[in-house]
Design a protein around this ligand. Structure first.
Ligand code: AMP
Ligand code: MG
Length: 487
């Protein structure tokens, strides 16, 4: 008789132990008819979890948080946040739970977390649930981001619950099992600061330093070093979003991590035509989180982080503010340096080219792409072809050919390496029309398009025969794309 493999999982409860004021013991809602839709086997292996065992009923119970080791202490985390500029003192996990922290194969601490696991005391009017489509969307887009080398939370699995979820229509429900280096957010600090409990704020900052910016512990001023570390991490992250054409869509302070990982794949989308004014989210009426606004909004969010940290920076408020402003001013040069480094690679140029020259060249090219409403991902790929001597595909897209030809001449004189460009300019991103097609099919019960899309976007730089449709721009009749938040 064969014995079913069992999952061995050791979960710590460090967040709950060190920050009990921000952790509410809670349990996941049992699922009436669970069905594993997608399991991330490479990630399971990284975490030291047996994929085969995760596919058993006990494993699926673990992924749903309903069949945990006896000593696990799942909690809903408290946090606050500025949403579209307006402050909410109490958001928290209204449909999520932190199951605990595990140590991965490389000894790193990783949060195991659920999204869509039922109502909690933070749910307000919400039902605590999530639908299959949006959870698979997070799975596909976050795994694409990871494959692109962009820091992000990960998705271990999506399990359909068998529970109906009421949205505009009735949809099948699901739970996403998320893995992150932590779920500490700017909003976590805003929450701690608002309690006026300086000891809590200090414990939170120490916890964040230990988990994400350990070098700060040895700095002359550890809390200032923490702030500097987060400024640096966010500047680099947003530069990478901009380089690849990622629109986060809901950069509220509760969706900004201290680790510098991208979090919260609600209304996000990748650019089709290059246009800085692009907004996909149906609720972003003013365009606050438009593609081109992202660097400015990241800095705005970091200013809210600084405000939360002020009492730790200096007991004297004026001195604390001066220190915060000085550190915050490092965002702009850090962002420019990260963007220049990325553009240099996208343009196939050697490391020696000066930042200003690279940024100037990149910006001039983007003006041409904007005017022609050129597909952003394809254009960069055509640039590789242009570097190898054939500029015709790109010339076929851009309107102002004399300007493009003059630009190409200057760029070619710098000796761009087309093959190196193909290793950094993706051919496969989760294009909006493909994501919609895959999610519609999955919601109706057919996972084949999702599997094929996942296969393409997790090999972002390899153009493979048979996968041409994953490299092509949206059909002209795809129209104005809209995404929806928190659905
Ligand atoms: P998000 O837009 O996903 O970052 O969510 C913002 C806040 O709304 C968080 O406190 C979430 O937990 C909460 N929330 C979002 N959707 C739901 C839902 N369906 N039920 C309960 N709370 C929700
Ligand atoms: Mg969120």
């Amino acid at each position: 008789m064969s014995v079913a493999p069992s999952v061995t999982l050791r979960l710590d409860d460090r967040f709950a132990r060190e920050l009990p004021e921000m952790a509410l013991a809670w349990k996941a809602l049992p699922a009436p008819d669970p069905r594993l839709l997608v399991l991330n086997e490479p990630l399971a292996a990284e975490l030291g979890l047996d994929a085969e065992a995760l596919r058993t009923p006990a494993g699926v119970g673990l992924l749903l948080g309903t069949d945990l080791p006896a000593d696990a202490h799942p909690v809903a985390q408290a946090y606050a946040g500025h949403q579209f500029g307006g402050y909410s003192p109490r958001l928290g996990d209204g449909r999520a739970l932190l199951l605990g922290e595990l140590t991965d194969r490389e000894g790193r601490t990783r949060d195991l977390h659920l999204k869509g696991s039922g109502r909690t005391p933070f749910s307000r009017g919400g039902d605590g649930l999530a639908a299959v489509g949006p959870m698979l969307r997070e799975h596909v887009v976050s795994e694409a981001m990871h494959a692109l080398g962009i820091p992000t939370t990960r998705s271990l699995a999506v399990v359909a619950t068998g529970r109906a979820v009421q949205r505009e229509t009735v949809l099948p429900g699901a739970v996403l099992t998320r893995v992150a280096s932590s779920h500490l957010r700017v909003g976590s600090f805003q929450y701690a600061r608002a309690t006026d409990d300086l000891d809590l704020l200090r414990r939170l900052a120490d916890h964040a330093i230990d988990r994400h910016h350990p070098a700060a512990a040895d700095a002359a001023h550890p809390y200032r070093a923490l702030f500097d570390g987060v400024v640096e991490a966010q500047a680099s992250l947003v530069a990478q979003w901009m380089l690849v054409g990622f629109v986060h869509g809901v950069m509220n302070t509760d969706n900004v991590t201290i680790s510098g990982e991208t979090i919260d794949y609600g209304p996000c989308a990748f650019l089709d035509a290059y246009d800085p004014a692009t907004v996909y989210s149906s609720i972003d009426h003013g365009g606050r989180y438009a593609y081109g606004n992202q660097p400015v909004l990241a800095q705005w969010n970091l200013a809210r982080f600084a405000e939360s940290l002020l009492p730790l920076l200096d007991a004297e408020q004026d001195r604390a503010v001066a220190m915060a402003v000085e550190s915050l001013e490092r965002f702009t040069p850090a962002y420019a340096a990260a963007r220049a480094a990325g553009l240099r690679r996208k343009l196939g140029l050697p490391a020696g080219q000066a930042d200003d020259l690279v940024l100037g060249l990149g910006d001039e090219l983007l003006v041409l792409l904007h005017a022609g409403r050129v597909d952003h991902t394809s254009a960069w790929r055509m640039m590789g072809t242009a570097a190898r001597g054939d500029a015709e595909p790109l010339r076929g897209q851009v309107l102002d050919l004399p300007a493009l030809d003059a630009w190409l001449e200057r760029w070619r004189a710098l000796g761009p390496d087309g093959d190196a460009m193909d290793r950094v300019n993706p051919v496969h991103v989760p294009r909006n029309h493909l994501v919609e097609e895959a999610l519609d099919a999955a919601t109706a019960g057919d996972l084949a398009p999702l599997t094929a899309l996942l296969d393409a976007v997790t090999s972002p730089y390899d153009a493979r025969p048979g996968q041409e449709r994953y490299a092509e721009p949206a059909p002209v009749d795809f129209g104005d794309y809209q995404t929806f938040c928190g659905t």
